[in-house]
Design a protein around this ligand. Structure first.
Ligand code: WT7
Length: 650
């Protein structure tokens, strides 16, 4: 980790946008004073504040204690019993929402399906019975590797209904990545589909699962949803069609009362070592914070049709496609495929067609839209939109302004929401009817969340000074541990800065107290809003027979935020060429998934190292970014390495 004094903040931005008056008048939180009052009250007693939010949730049995905190282990709503599937479904069936659309889904080829709360409840109950029938019990783990179809949400809610812990694996991951996650999680069942559509092509998910499942001794059953009807291999006894199993069960399955700390899901994410971390989220605290933030940050109303474009394979999809919105009885729009299929206007056509009111997407998507051109949104009526959101990485002010003007027509507030897989829910974000926004900043923490920017020893830094973004008080939707590895949980999040959760991000606060996130300060890179550990990509490269050593760094990229640059040394005198570069890229795709393919590969005789043998990534980062090294090289063991790399550049 670099020293905080080296984190220089460079962005300066003075445009400020107060919430539009008509928006504020109808918002859940209507003024900055109201937000401030909520915030200050909650800061005095976060437990009391979150207990109040938890009362919006249905509990079979109320909790005895709001928070038990044995740093770094938290338990929220101790002694309480609830079921998230009950909260997302059953609860609405006794109200007028029974026949409200819960999910409106559009497949990439263009078909549309609508599921009301009643219909969704029925499907979830049946699939819960399917899982039970296959021997899945409370406490078991189930892996989900599916396209973005309603059945993915159905499978998640069915797991939650019976207390099985799900781990959703993003559909872009490779067979090896599935195998590692399924085995680490100890999953009994994998739910998948024959395939899914992406940019007009079929991704053959079942084939990929087959390659993984053969190396997963704990997997007893594979359930296959029929999406594309293409031919799949079949292992009798292990594989089952979703639709066939669904015919064998009744549609009645009571939601299991679960302990507030019952494990809801494990989601694997990248860290600074090669081994992915299984982030564990539990039940009562998770749903309390995601439901609250969904309502307040997205200013969600019953009439809204809401679209979060994230894949359900990431935490954004868990918290703000499935659990947060459904707990609020919202109408969620889901889209299966690519934004540029059949043409570059697909998103805008769907917003127009379905009259979408709230759009939550990622800066990398916005940058792609900018590149494709204004003519595409211009073809459609976007007047249904009333609120725009972003998540995943810092949004550059230019992209923010484009989003504001070209998509929002200057009418829609923008919420830039900062959070992480680990935080489970939104932590820093404007309240759209209350907080004046400034392009490029996520503004202020939501009520009940205590964050700060500090030095390495934990002392607060002054206005506009760079430092480490930390969370100073436990929050309900925080990760509870890393699956099966309490020690690594402690080490990773709670050991760098005294008495704080350290998030891995650098930040500064401006004179208004607004938080400007400056990106990761560790060896994690953010490619198109997806997190990748440089160590993961390095170990994938080194596992190729030609590679002796590899160092991977991020470099700025206009579209993706960061691109992956790899420096590679080869085994015993082998020579690098274009063919080998391609082979290495393909190898990384096989090991991790296409999203981790290096953009640049450079062969070198040696890597720059310190005398103690540590690779000097800072130099490589500089080299990958600017093509040269101007910084301090005094600790470098062998100066000629850099000279050599410099020459290669020229
Ligand atoms: C990392 C977390 C939270 C869901 C998506 C990503 C970066 C996220 C913002 C934002 C600046 C952001 C951070 C964070 N990040 N949102 N609004 N502004 N940076 O989840 O994969 O766990 O990644 O994404 O660097 O640490 P994730």
């Amino acid at each position: 980790m670099s020293d905080s004094s080296s984190i220089e903040s460079v962005l300066h931005e003075s445009r400020m946008f107060p919430p539009p008056a008509d928006f504020a008048a109808n918002a859940h939180v209507k003024s900055f004073e109201e937000y401030k009052r909520l915030y200050d009250e909650a800061a005095k007693d976060p437990e009391a504040f979150w207990a109040k939010q938890a009362e919006e949730i249905h509990w079979f049995k109320k909790w005895d204690t709001v928070l038990e905190w044995n740093e770094p282990f938290a338990k929220w709503f101790v002694g309480g019993e609830l079921n998230i599937s009950y909260n997302c479904l059953d609860r609405h069936l006794t109200t007028w929402r029974k026949n409200k659309a819960a999910i409106i889904w559009e497949g990439e080829p263009g078909e549309v399906r609508t599921l009301t709360y009643l219909q969704l409840h029925r499907q979830v109950s049946k699939f819960a019975n399917v899982l039970k029938k296959l021997g899945v019990e409370t406490g078991d783990r189930v892996a989900l590797y599916m396209p973005l179809v309603p059945e993915l949400a159905i499978a998640m809610l069915a797991c939650a209904r019976i207390g099985a812990t799900h781990t959703v694996i993003f559909g872009g991951f490779s067979a090896d990545a599935i195998r590692d996650r399924v085995n680490d999680g100890g999953c009994k069942v994998i739910v998948t589909a024959d395939g899914g559509y992406r940019r007009g092509n079929e991704i053959k998910l079942k084939d990929i699962v087959d390659r993984a499942a053969d190396q997963c001794p704990g997997v007893e059953n594979v359930i296959v949803f029929r999406r594309t009807s293409s031919k799949v291999a079949w292992k009798h006894g292990r594989d089952h069609w979703w639709h066939e199993l669904m015919e064998t069960v009744v549609d009645d399955c009571a939601a299991e009362p679960l302990d507030s700390e019952h494990p809801l899901f494990i989601l694997y994410t990248s860290g600074t070592t090669g081994k992915p971390k299984g982030i564990l989220h539990t039940t009562g605290g998770y749903i309390s914070q995601t439901a609250y933030s969904m309502k307040m940050v997205m200013d969600l109303k019953d009439e809204d049709i809401y679209w979060c474009t994230a894949d359900i394979g990431w935490v954004t999809g868990h918290s703000y496609v499935v659990y947060g919105p459904l707990a609020n009885g919202a109408t969620v729009f889901m889209y299966e495929g690519a934004p540029n299929f059949p043409d570059f206007d697909r998103f805008w056509a769907m917003i127009d067609r379905h009259k979408i009111n709230i759009l939550y997407t990622a800066p990398t998507a916005i940058r792609a839209f900018i590149k494709w051109g204004e003519q595409y949104p211009a073809k459609h009526d976007l007047s249904s939109l009333r609120l725009l959101g972003t998540v995943g990485e810092p949004i550059n002010p230019e992209a923010w302004m484009w989003y504001h003007e070209v998509i929002g027509k200057g009418r829609c507030p923008i919420i830039d929401t900062w959070w992480q897989t680990e935080t489970g829910g939104i932590m820093i974000s404007p309240f759209p009817g209350a907080t004046p926004t400034v392009p490029g900043t996520a503004t202020l923490p939501i009520p009940g969340i205590i964050v700060d920017v500090v030095t390495k020893s934990g002392d607060p830094v002054g206005p506009n000074e760079g430092g480490y973004l930390v969370i100073k008080h436990p929050w309900p939707s925080m990760l509870r541990t890393l699956w099966g590895d309490d020690e690594r949980y402690k080490q990773t999040y709670w050991s760098d800065i005294p008495n704080c959760y350290f998030a891995g991000d650098g930040a500064r606060r401006d004179e208004n107290g607004y938080f400007w996130i400056m990106g990761r300060v560790d060896d994690v890179i953010n490619v198109s809003g997806h997190r990748l550990g440089t160590a993961e990509v390095e170990s994938a490269l080194v596992s190729h027979e030609a590679v002796a050593e590899a160092a991977v760094v991020g470099r700025p990229d206009d579209l993706k935020g960061q691109a992956i640059a790899a420096f590679v040394t080869l085994e015993g005198g082998r020579k690098g060429n274009e063919e080998l570069k391609e082979a290495l890229r393909a190898h990384v795709a096989k090991e991790i998934g296409a999203l981790a393919k290096p953009d640049d590969i450079r062969f070198t005789d040696a890597l720059p190292k310190t005398r103690s043998g540590k690779i000097m990534r800072r130099l490589l980062r500089e080299l990958a970014t600017s093509g040269t090294v101007a910084g301090d090289v005094t600790t470098l063991e062998d100066l000629s390495v850099i000279e050599k790399l410099r020459e290669d550049e020229e």
